[in-house]
Design a protein around this ligand. Structure first.
Ligand code: ADP
Ligand code: MG
Length: 341
């Protein structure tokens, strides 16, 4: 490749090395279309696979806070064990040794995250109920394999055409892989962390997932967080010292009120409140388990369809991207799209 007297920026240099290499064939199969999202550890891009003509989500390590390769390998090992209608599937791994990129090619969730903790409008209980049943099934499956998710939050729950799937196994704990049933690692997102995760003696990862899921459901049902604070210590202190309150019961419970006027507090059903009270129990031994949740009347009785219903195959997702998107994407170099921050 002749670059003449061009002054090369580091990323162009990196790109020119990559483009001369045959090993990029796997990566070159994908046309990068647009950004899908970004988490603490990764950026995710929508890619069109030229071979099968399907869309995929390519999860690429964030170059600023570069996750250790071992951590990505662990996420891959966990994803490879999983196969469930409510867990996001791994399609393939692109291990590009030249660029040192380790890319997870995941099934694409066109609906994106079901909610974010910054949303001001809560979900209706009916919609939440539909989502929650999918998530409970997915989490029950994980826990049955001795895998704890460890970062349950609405941003890690993705909407497909036919239901919700759990994603992001970046900090998950697989007891079978690690051989430990108690953990001392502090990972996850402060507002969703179970209080026992700050205990020096360690904690059992499965009940802490149930706590986080309780915070998720509370958050989506009310557009508020049950426990708040500036630091994880303040949040946990509030969780330990105050009784769980719902916004429709007590004006004081509007804990994250801001200057922006919020809509009137939503009314939650007594069954949902009962379940949340059983999930957000400070003592992990007293907390309801995922198996218990599968039998809780809010999960079982309010639904129109029985749990574990067979699902129809998702319709083609290709319509979500316009021809114009693809034209634009083809005009840009796919490798450049991967490497740009
Ligand atoms: P991190 O480990 O950095 O949190 P995630 O796996 O959670 O990375 O991905 C970050 C964000 O990218 C998600 O919150 C979501 O918005 C988006 N995303 C991830 N995977 C997909 C997917 N398969 N389809 C659509 N959007 C996705
Ligand atoms: Mg995430």
């Amino acid at each position: 490749r002749r670059l003449g007297s061009l002054k090369l920026t580091p990323s162009v240099q990196k790109l020119s090395i990559i483009m001369d290499d045959k090993e990029h064939e796997q990566l070159n199969q994908y046309i990068m279309i647009k950004d899908l999202g970004r988490g603490a550890h990764a950026k995710v891009k929508l890619g069109l696979n030229k071979m099968d003509n399907n869309l995929y989500a390519l999860k690429i390590r964030n170059e600023r806070v570069r996750v250790a390769e071992a951590a990505v390998r662990k996420e891959i090992a966990i994803l490879k064990k999983l196969s469930h209608p409510h867990v996001l599937k791994l399609h393939e791994v692109i291990d590009d040794t030249v660029s040192n990129e380790l890319i997870l090619v995941l099934e694409y969730a066109p609906g994106g995250p079901i909610f974010t903790r910054f949303n001001r409008v809560p979900l209706s209980e009916k919609v939440l109920h539909g989502y929650a049943r999918d998530i409970v099934l997915g989490l029950d499956y994980l826990h049955s394999l001795e895998i704890a998710h460890m970062d349950l939050k609405p941003e890690n729950m993705l909407k497909m055409a036919d239901g919700v799937k759990l994603c992001d196994f970046g900090v998950s704990v697989d007891s079978e892989l690690t051989g430990v049933t108690r953990s001392t690692r502090l990972a996850g997102t402060p507002a969703f962390l179970a209080p026992e995760m700050l205990d020096e003696t360690g904690y059992d990862p499965m009940p802490s997932d149930v706590w986080s899921l309780g915070v998720c459901l509370y958050n989506m049902a009310t557009a508020r967080l049950p426990f708040t604070g500036k630091t994880v210590f303040q949040i946990v202190a509030m969780a330990k010292s105050t009784e769980l309150k719902f916004p429709d019961e007590d004006a004081d419970a509007i804990v994250n009120a801001t200057t922006v006027p919020s809509p009137p507090p939503p009314k939650l059903s007594n069954l949902l409140k009962d379940m949340l009270r059983k999930m957000l129990v400070v003592d992990p031994k007293e907390r309801i388990s995922i198996a218990g949740m599968m039998e809780h009347p809010w999960v079982t009785e309010e639904g129109k369809k029985p749990l574990g219903r067979p699902r129809t195959k998702s319709p083609s997702m290709k319509l979500e991207v316009t021809e114009e998107d693809i034209d634009n994407a083809v005009r840009t170099n796919p490798l450049a799209a991967i490497l740009q921050p």
